[in-house]
Design a protein around this ligand. Sequence first.
Ligand SMILES: Cc1cc2nc3c(=O)[nH]c(=O)nc-3n(C[C@H](O)[C@H](O)[C@H](O)COP(=O)(O)O)c2cc1C
Length: 197
Amino acid sequence: METLEAIRKRCSLKARLSPRAIEPEKLWAVLDAARLAPSARNTQPWRFVVVQGAAVEPLVEAAFSEANTIAKRAPVIIVACANPEDDVTREGKAYYLYDVGSAVQNLLLAATDHGLVTHLIASFDEAEMKRLLHIPDDVRVVVVTPLAYPDAPSYDEAAAERLAQRSRLAREAVVFAGAWGRRLCTDADAPPLEDDD
Ligand SMILES: Cc1cc2nc3c(=O)[nH]c(=O)nc-3n(C[C@H](O)[C@H](O)[C@H](O)COP(=O)(O)O)c2cc1C
């Protein structure tokens, strides 16, 4: 899969998780993609707690919100953390969140590239998560994701319904020409989105 194809096909698939085990080399492929992300002054504040196998269900039951307990089907939960003190804060902007986000986006795209499904989750009990995983007091849990094979013969089949429902703001709502609020173009007169070859 090419990068742009992975960007287009990544979507949140907590309802399509298979319990099938993930090979260590695939797990490392997605974690190494995360490690290659850029960060402010190359601080690399991200830390990942990888929860696997029998440890997944008790963690999800205890720390995830009701709507996200479906994630307990996954063979792996990746818990993305950072100590804010390890990163730059500039004019009130705490860049550890940005940097962890970049790393996690790399992770999501690498997972998609390998045909694995993910689903970012921020709705969890951080204190309980930290207690169960022995995460130090000064470290924040930023976001978590299950990592799993899809419960379908292929990633494309598992993702089809979700991708068909995808909604995004129009180009003109988020892209401005030279000054805030000035239209660069409308969806109608812009070139079409690149399609798969
Ligand atoms: C920071 C963050 C936190 C999220 N937390 C949750 C969550 O707690 N539960 C959930 O079901 N989805 C969660 N999502 C998934 C979003 O709802 C999803 O990314 C969005 O609807 C776009 O859909 P897509 O990922 O399929 O493109 C979260 C996404 C992000 C980026």
